[in-house]
Design a protein around this ligand. Structure first.
Ligand SMILES: C[S@@+](CC[C@H](N)C(=O)[O-])C[C@H]1O[C@@H](n2cnc3c(N)ncnc32)[C@H](O)[C@@H]1O
Length: 225
C-alpha cells in the first residue's frame, strides 16, 4: 500500500519520499526475515518503537499480536491508523527515550531504523521477550560488531539471529542518492535549495562510509534472558 500523498507533502524528506511504507533498509523483505524469527504469538504484546505509519505493527496485528505503534510524530500515527490492517493496533505518541509503558510489559519489541534506546527497550521487555532490530552496526576498528553484541549482552540479551545487511543498506543509499540527482528540480522545489543539498550531502556521506566499510547495517534478533 502506498503512503498517503499528503504525508509526503507535509514531511518533505528523502526517507518519506523514497523509502515508503516499510521505512527501513530492505523494506518489507527485511521485516519478513525478522518476523520469521521473532516468535510473535497470538495475544503477545508487541511494541513497534519509532513506528512511522506502523507497517510492522499492522503486520504483527494480523498475526494476532496486541500491537502498539509508538512514534514521536502524531501525524505519522494518524496516517497509519487510516491504512490497511490498522484495526488491531494501538497508536501511541511518545518518545523512545521515555516509553510510556510499565516494566516487563512486552513480549515482542521492534525498532527498525529508528532511534534505539537500549535501557528503555530492556525495561519494558518481559523475560523471554524477543527484540528485532534493523540498525546501523559498527563495522570497523572502532569495536566492530562485538562491541554492539557486548552492549546488549550486558543488558541481559542473547543473540538469536543475525543477518549482515551492509550491502542492502549501501544499495539503498546509492538508490536514494541517484534519485535525488536524477530528479533534482523536483526535489529541490519540494525541499528548498539548501535542505535539498543537505539531504544530498548526507546520502553522499553514507555511500562513501558504507563503501569504505566504516559503517554497516544489520538485522538482529535478541532474546531476553
Ligand atoms: C526511518 S523511520 C522508520 C520507521 C519504522 N520503524 C519503519 O520501519 O517503517 C524513523 C521513525 O522514527 C521516528 N522517531 C524519531 N525519533 C524518535 C523518538 N525519539 N521517539 C520515537 N520515535 C522517533 C520518526 O518520527 C520516524 O517515524
Amino acid at each position: 500500500m502506498t503512503l498517503p500523498a499528503e504525508l509526503a507533502d507535509e514531511y518533505p524528506t528523502w526517507w518519506v519520499d523514497l523509502l515508503g511504507e516499510h521505512n527501513h533498509v530492505g523494506g518489507i523483505e527485511a521485516t519478513r526475515w525478522l518476523l520469521a524469527r521473532a516468535n510473535v504469538r497470538p495475544g503477545d504484546r508487541m511494541l513497534d518503537c519509532g513506528a512511522f505509519v506502523g507497517g510492522t505493527a499492522r503486520l504483527a496485528a494480523q498475526l494476532g499480536a496486541a500491537a502498539v505503534a509508538l512514534d514521536s510524530v502524531a501525524d505519522f500515527l494518524a496516517a497509519g491508523r487510516r491504512m490497511e490492517g490498522s484495526a488491531g493496533v494501538s497508536w501511541v505518541c511518545g518518545a523512545a527515550q521515555r516509553l510510556p509503558f510499565a516494566d516487563a510489559s512486552f513480549a515482542s519489541l521492534w525498532s527498525l531504523d529508528s532511534p534505539i534506546v537500549p535501557r528503555e527497550l530492556t525495561r519494558v521487555a518481559a523475560p523471554g521477550a524477543r527484540l528485532c532490530l534493523c540498525a546501523e552496526a559498527p563495522a570497523d576498528s572502532r569495536g566492530g560488531l562485538d562491541s554492539f553484541f557486548d552492549e546488549w549482552a550486558e543488558l541481559g540479551w542473547s543473540l538469536a539471529a543475525h543477518r549482515p545487511y551492509g550491502l542492502e543498506a549501501l544499495q539503498t543509499w546509492r538508490f536514494v542518492e541517484a534519485e535525488l540527482v536524477a530528479r533534482r528540480p523536483y526535489f529541490e522545489r519540494r525541499y528548498g535549495s539548501r535542505p535539498y543539498l543537505g539531504q544530498l550531502d548526507l546520502m553522499a556521506y553514507l555511500v562513501k562510509a558504507y563503501e569504505r566499510g566504516e559503517m554497516s547495517h544489520g538485522l538482529f534478533v535478541f532474546e531476553r534472558r
